[in-house]
Design a protein around this ligand. Structure first.
Ligand code: HEM
Length: 358
């Protein structure tokens, strides 16, 4: 224990393979001349991000394993939250890390930018792995880009290994966190019963009724205080209710995952639902932290290269700004629009089921 294979003392340097790690900042093989201090800074900052990505991927995979079983034990939900919170902390940290990059001035960067050739963060397979693990679909990406086609090209060029490709293929073929979360949500016991269409439908009916009667109160109030005419307010309220109906029953078919989600968000005071709600909130926080990370990257890039084209061939900042529209967990964002304040809702049937003593 605590020793190297040959019995010698384990040291900091051995354990962390520091020498090996610190020998990797000279740029690609034959890089001539060796990096100046600004270029080395550029290399180290990228490598630091990639190390953080490595942990994020590991945490997401662990969270996924726990959430993808047919019945998630209650005590596993805090563990999943813990894995995802580490990802949030890392993205928060990475969003700040652009500050270090920004100590490079635009002129300093231009002095070695040509040495990057066409290499670009666009080719970061770990970043794409994170997006795929979470569930960003090609159809949601700018121009419907399929990252797997891009990686096939890199594999053919010999710039990524078959091991990396195999891992990406496994991720691509497996259900994402978003899909797994939906499957888990669809098993939510609504009014103490899981998976019963009739129960789900009557819960939805009741929720819509409450939305409607609250909507009527809002209309009366707005008109009374002179904040508009009924003709202009009513269509907005009614379209909100129609939107809720379409969200919960797309094309008339109940969406059990969304109904479960609404139920958890509505009755967050119930002990059994407290951790599931925390999990959903952590997923939203994770997506938000990723968006802020993207946004800070885009601002750093704007400051560094203005409106120039990226080395990866994209339009540069305009492309990066478009990625700020990405939303993976669309249901989690959308449910917020249809929530109703708790005191207007009915109490749940069988509260004991959710952990309250009678
Ligand atoms: C001087 C510093 C940097 C500049 C000027 C820069 C610029 C750009 C530009 C213009 C793009 C768009 C794609 C392209 O055409 O190349 C991009 C994408 C990207 N960059 Fe950077 N970048 C810098 C540093 C970094 C660092 C340190 C990382 C950390 C890994 C990073 C990660 C990424 C990622 C992951 C993408 C893909 C974004 C997406 O497609 O959603 N960049 N970068």
């Amino acid at each position: 224990m605590g020793a190297n294979d040959d019995g010698s003392r384990m040291t900091y340097g051995n354990y962390l393979q520091i020498e090996k790690l610190l020998s990797l900042q000279d740029g690609p093989e034959g890089h001539d001349p060796l990096p100046c201090n600004d270029e080395m800074h550029f290399i180290v900052v990228h490598q630091a991000f990639e190390l953080w990505f490595k942990i994020v991927i590991r945490e997401l995979k662990e969270a996924h394993i726990l959430l993808s079983v047919a019945s998630v034990p209650e005590e596993d939900i805090p563990k999943i939250v813990h894995h995802l919170q580490r990802c949030v902390a890392l993205f928060d940290l990475m969003a700040q890390q652009w500050k270090v990059m920004e100590t490079l001035t635009p002129q300093d960067f231009l002095s070695f930018r040509d040495r990057l050739g066409t290499s670009s963060g666009f080719e970061s397979w770990q970043m794409r792995a994170v997006e795929m693990l979470l569930g960003l679909e090609s159809s949601q990406r700018i121009g419907g880009m399929d990252p797997m086609i891009h990686f096939e090209k890199l594999l053919a060029e010999g710039t990524i290994s078959s091991d990396v490709m195999a891992d990406l293929k496994t991720i691509d073929a497996s259900p994402s966190l978003n899909e797994t979360m939906r499957t888990w949500l669809s098993r939510t016991p609504v009014n103490a019963i899981a998976g019963d269409k009739e129960v789900l439908n009557s819960y939805v009916e009741r929720h819509l009724e409450i939305m409607k009667s609250h909507g009527e109160q809002v209309i009366t109030h707005m008109v009374d205080i002179g904040h508009g005419e009924e003709e202009s307010i009513r269509p907005r309220i009614e379209s909100g209710i129609a939107g809720a109906e379409e969200f919960l029953r797309p094309d008339g078919e109940i969406d059990a995952a969304r109904v479960g989600l609404l139920f958890i968000e509505s009755y967050r005071e119930l002990p059994l639902l407290a951790w599931p709600r925390r999990l959903l909130d952590t997923i939203v926080e994770l997506e938000e932290s990723m968006l802020l990370f993207r946004s800070h990257h885009a601002r750093m890039v704007e400051r560094m290269i203005g409106r120039r084209m990226g080395t990866g061939g994209s339009s540069g900042v305009d492309y990066l700004d478009m990625t700020l529209k990405y939303r993976i967990f669309t249901d989690l964002w959308a449910v917020r629009t249809i929530l109703v304040k708790r005191e207007l809702l009915d109490d749940v049937d069988n509260p004991q089921f959710y952990g309250f003593a009678a």
